[in-house]
Design a protein around this ligand. Structure first.
Ligand code: NIG
Ligand code: FE
Length: 389
C-alpha cells in the first residue's frame, strides 16, 4: 500500500483532545499520513514521517468527513408545490409523505437507485463521507424491502422505517398496519438493515405503537432510533431512551424531563435544522441540551418534503446562527456526534487508526463553515483514503 502525507494544513480538527487543543483537538501547521483506507499518523507538520506521496494543503483547514446520520434518500419525485404553499403560509403536516409514497411506488428500481446516487454525490461534494438512509416511502412489504436493498448497496447504515406513516392502504385499520410492520414486513426488511426507526407523532404512530414497532425490531436484531418530538411534545424521546435507542431525532419540542432523560443516557439527540428551516418551525434548542450534558449530533434529514438539503455545512450554519451552538460544537456534532449517533468509532475523528475520510476546506479554519454560510468551501474530499472530490 502507498502512504500519502497531507502536509501544510493550516488548522487540523482531529476531534481528539489528546492530540491537540480543546475538545476538537486542534493542531496548527499540521500534517496527516494515510495508508490505504486508514489514517496512520497526525501531528505537527515539522514532525511528520516520510511517505510515498505528498499533497500540499496550502495552509487550508482539514476536518473529518461529515457523518450525516439521518436522511431519507430512497424516493422519487419532489414536492416543490408543497414547499411553495408552505412559504405562502400553509403549515407542514406529515400528510405530504403520501405524495412521495405514490411517486416512489411507481418508480423502477433503476430510477430509485439513480436518484439515491445523485443525492449521494451531491452530499459528497459538500463533504459528507458517511451517510445513514432510510426506507419509509414504500409502505408495502415489497416496496420497503426494495428501498432497503437499494440503500444497502451504497451504505452500511440502513434504517428500516416501515413505520413512517400508516400506509394509505390501511387508513381504516392502523392496528393491522402495525401488525404488518412488526411481522411480515420486518422479516422481509431486517436482512438489509442495521437500524429500526418509527415516526412517533400525532398523525403517525403513538407511544404504544412506537413501542411495539421498536421492540419487534430489536427482537429481529435491529437497533432502535426514533423520530421524536418533531412537531409536538410527546412520548418519543423518553421511549427512545427507555428502549436504548442510539439516537432520538428532531427533539424540537422537549420538556425538562425529556432533556434530563437524554442527558442521563447514551441516546444521542440528533438535531435536524434543515427541517425547521424548510417548515418554518421553531428551532430545536441545542444550547439547552448541551448545557444539560446531552450528546448532540447534527444531520440533514435530507428528504423531498420537510428538508430537501444534503448540505451539512448549511446545517452547521443554521445551528450556529439560530440554535445556540458555537462553531466548534457544531463542527463536532456534524462529525463525531454523527458517529456517536451511529455507534461508530472508526469515523468522525482524524486519529491514528481512523478511516481516512478527510475534507479540506477553502478556508483557514472550520469556523468559516458558519462564518461564510452558503459558500462552497469544500476544496477536496478523501473517502477511505481515496480522493473523490
Ligand atoms: O424526518 N418526520 C418524518 N419524516 C420526515 C419527513 C418526511 C416527509 O415529509 O416526506 C422528517 O422530517
Ligand atoms: Fe427524518
Amino acid at each position: 500500500m502507498t502512504t500519502t502525507l497531507v502536509t501544510n494544513i493550516g488548522s487540523l480538527v482531529t476531534n481528539d483532545p489528546a492530540l491537540g487543543e480543546g475538545p476538537l483537538g486542534l493542531v496548527e501547521d499540521a500534517a496527516v499520513v494515510m495508508d490505504g483506507d486508514r489514517v496512520t499518523w497526525v501531528g505537527p507538520a515539522a514532525k511528520a514521517p516520510a511517505a510515498d506521496a505528498a499533497y500540499d494543503a496550502g495552509g487550508r483547514a482539514l476536518i473529518p468527513g461529515f457523518v450525516d446520520s439521518h436522511s431519507h434518500l430512497v424516493f422519487a419525485g419532489d414536492r416543490t408545490q408543497e414547499f411553495n404553499a408552505r412559504m405562502s403560509g400553509r403549515s407542514y403536516t406529515a400528510g405530504g409523505i403520501r405524495t412521495t409514497v405514490a411517486a416512489t411506488r411507481s418508480a423502477t428500481d433503476a430510477q430509485l437507485e439513480a436518484n439515491l446516487v445523485r443525492h449521494l454525490h451531491e452530499a459528497r461534494r459538500q463533504g459528507t463521507t458517511t451517510f445513514e438512509t432510510k426506507s419509509g416511502y414504500g409502505l408495502t412489504v415489497e416496496d420497503e424491502a426494495r428501498a432497503l436493498r437499494i440503500a444497502a448497496a451504497h451504505t452500511d447504515e440502513v434504517t428500516y422505517l416501515g413505520a413512517h406513516i400508516v400506509s394509505p392502504d390501511y387508513a381504516e385499520d392502523p392496528a393491522a398496519y402495525v401488525d404488518l410492520v412488526t411481522g411480515e414486513m420486518l422479516t422481509a426488511c431486517a436482512p438489509y438493515a442495521r437500524w429500526v426507526d418509527v415516526f412517533c407523532e400525532k398523525g403517525a404512530f403513538d407511544g404504544d405503537q412506537a413501542r411495539a414497532i421498536l421492540t419487534a425490531g430489536k427482537a429481529a436484531g435491529l437497533i432502535p432510533r426514533i423520530h421524536a418530538n418533531q412537531l409536538s411534545f410527546g412520548p418519543g424521546v423518553q421511549l427512545g431512551v427507555e428502549l436504548g435507542a442510539a439516537s432520538a431525532d428532531h427533539c424540537t419540542h422537549l420538556t425538562d424531563a425529556d432533556v434530563d432523560a437524554l442527558a442521563n443516557s447514551e441516546t444521542v439527540a440528533t438535531l435536524l435544522p434543515g427541517a425547521e428551516f424548510s417548515t418554518r418551525a421553531q428551532w430545536p434548542d441545542a444550547r439547552r441540551l448541551l448545557d444539560a450534558g446531552a450528546t448532540v449530533a447534527l444531520s440533514t434529514d435530507c428528504n423531498p418534503g420537510s428538508s430537501y438539503t444534503s448540505s451539512m455545512p448549511f446545517c452547521i450554519a443554521l445551528a450556529v446562527r439560530d440554535m445556540g451552538m458555537t462553531p466548534d460544537e457544531a463542527l463536532w456534532s456534524a462529525t463525531a456526534g454523527g458517529a456517536r449517533a451511529l455507534r461508530r468509532t472508526d469515523i468522525g475523528a482524524l486519529t491514528p487508526g481512523a478511516r481516512a475520510d478527510l475534507v479540506l476546506l477553502d478556508a483557514p479554519s472550520h469556523v468559516h463553515l458558519a462564518y461564510r454560510p452558503g459558500v462552497p468551501l469544500v476544496h477536496a474530499v478523501w473517502q477511505r483514503g481515496e480522493r473523490v472530490v
